[in-house]
Design a protein around this ligand. Structure first.
Ligand code: BG6
Length: 504
């Protein structure tokens, strides 16, 4: 076993959560801190201060946190640990637009720091809509809550949730607003896919093994598929989703991050900027679609009524708070090309959607067929070797290869070599938010997106959104019944190249 290359040392701090009573805080953030505590990796001294418009008392917030942990945490409530955790939870109500709210926040924060003897390190988590980010950072600045970066004094850091804007222009404005208040070294733009254990393993798979890298290029790889399937529908987030749609919600960030890790060159070292430099080069190398190509290479779909796991579900347009004529996409499939030497003419097919038959995320690398001699005289006789990286659930890696069926005649069949995280390491992977909060407390930005990555990603997305928003000649929206694998057009996207989507 190798030594950890950079053990994380989280510093005592206060986590201030804007949007503290919201969905993300309850489902992910508070349970994540709690699990870090149970795993013994939280700093010995810490506090959480929630902020939001709902006037909650500390007692209310503690109760909400307890219920959230009971419902969403991967580890159960421990009555032994709970009293000490609970006394470190606080809430201060206030509107992000009200300058007085930031003064109240400051008073409360200073009081907590004094009472708990905290050193004044602060992480401001902006779990709020992108349109409120500028107000929040300006409010923090004017209330004197942000310290400049220094190696000695207490630190101030900000975690910015996705989506950062809704196009390149708004993303730039947000980035500029945040940069007026925080130095880039203090800004942590979160993309929770980067915190997933299997996603981090992609770099290890590629660069800690000697057998993959020599064949990881256009000479050996036929194509790559990246799938993020979700069985859930839009749930309670229709108001956000109506504005965002799948391209902004998933492709601009999570899908492009996955693609970057598959396609990037080896970084010079494991430093945050070395890795991010390589990722951003991939996004820059993505072939941009001309307006008339969007309809050919990008499929957008929306689910209609259907059944998932045998349960009938309504169509997107019938969901609560969705416009009955909504044109918002809940599914996207793209055929992408990375225009560089390594990936010359290797298509990367990406698909992502809600209300698909199951929830599963995987990356599959399809290798070219063996030459047409010996066993392969008929070009379809042998399957391709496929390396599958299962991101979730059942995290693992499998390799499909050809084997002889035992017997006197020569019959060949594909078989699978399979590695499962669960059985090999025998312990549950931490949640992505746990890892990322720990990194932010330790000041390690490697698994966070840099400003240029976010903006380059929008530069790729914008022409697609632009083509879709045309009044005339916009590529059509396709429909798929809930519980199916997406619209027929997505199958045609691959069929046009003589390929099919992998069955998950
Ligand atoms: C979020 C999106 O970023 O990721 C959601 O806003 C999506 O729409 C979610 O459901 C998927 O995350 P995970 O970790 O469940 O795959």
């Amino acid at each position: 076993m190798s030594e950890p290359t950079h053990p994380l040392v989280p510093q005592p701090c206060t986590l201030v959560i804007f949007g503290g009573s919201g969905d993300l805080a309850r489902r992910k953030l508070i349970p994540a801190v709690y699990n870090l505590l149970l795993d013994g990796i939280l700093p010995p001294n810490y506090a959480i201060l929630g902020n939001g418009r709902t006037p909650l008392s500390d007692a209310d917030f503690r109760q909400t946190a307890r219920e959230a942990i009971a419902k969403y945490s991967r580890q159960k409530i421990s009555e032994k640990v709970w009293p000490d955790f609970e006394r470190r939870l606080f809430f201060v109500a206030g509107s992000l637009q009200d300058p007085k709210a930031y003064k109240a926040l400051r008073q409360r924060l200073e009081q907590i720091e004094t009472d708990l003897k905290l050193p004044g390190n602060r992480i401001f988590y902006l779990a709020i809509p992108p349109t409120s980010i500028a107000d929040a950072v300006e409010g923090l600045r004017s209330a004197g809550l942000v310290q400049p970066p220094s190696s000695e004094g207490p630190f101030s850091r900000v975690i910015v949730e996705k989506p950062i804007g809704r196009d390149l222009d708004s993303a730039r404005k947000i980035n500029e607003a945040v940069s007026r208040v925080f130095d880039e070294s203090q800004i942590f733009r979160i993309d929770h896919y980067l915190g997933k254990e299997t996603v981090q393993n992609l770099l290890v798979l590629r660069f800690a093994n000697s057998i993959f890298e020599p064949i990881w290029n256009y000479k050996f790889i036929d194509h790559v598929q990246i799938t993020v399937a979700e069985a859930e529908g839009v749930g309670t987030r229709a108001t956000y989703y109506e504005e965002a749609g799948t391209l902004r919600d998933m492709v601009q960030n999570h899908m492009l991050q996955l693609l970057c890790l598959v396609a990037m060159e080896p970084p010079t070292d494991l430093g945050a900027d070395s890795i991010r430099d390589e990722k951003v080069k991939v996004v820059r190398s993505l072939r941009r679609y001309a307006p008339q190509q969007v309809g050919t290479y990008v499929v957008r779909g929306q689910y209609t009524a259907g059944a998932v796991s045998g349960k009938p579900v309504v169509g997107y347009r019938e969901e609560e708070k969705v416009n009955p004529n909504s044109e918002t996409e809940t599914y996207v499939a793209l055929r992408m090309l990375v225009d560089n030497w390594r990936w010359s003419d290797v298509p990367i097919y990406v698909r992502v959607g809600k209300r698909l038959p199951k929830s599963a995320t995987e990356i599959s690398v399809h290798f070219k067929r063996a030459p047409m001699v010996l066993f392969n005289r008929d070009s379809t006789a042998l399957d391709q070797n496929v390396l599958v990286i299962r991101i979730q659930p059942d995290e693992g890696i499998s390799l499909r290869m050809m084997a002889k069926i035992p017997g006197t005649s020569l019959r060949i069949e594909p078989v699978k070599m399979d590695f499962h995280y669960g059985t090999s390491f025998g312990k549950a992977s931490p949640e992505a938010y746990e890892r990322l909060l720990l990194d932010a407390m330790s000041g390690d930005p490697t698994l966070f997106a840099r400003r240029d990555e976010v903006e380059e990603a929008w530069a790729f997305i914008d022409p697609i959104e632009h083509a879709w928003s045309q009044k005339e000649n916009a590529p059509p929206l396709s429909f798929y019944p809930a519980g199916s694998w997406g619209p027929e057009e997505a199958d045609e996207l691959l069929a046009n190249d003589g390929r099919t989507w992998r069955r998950l």
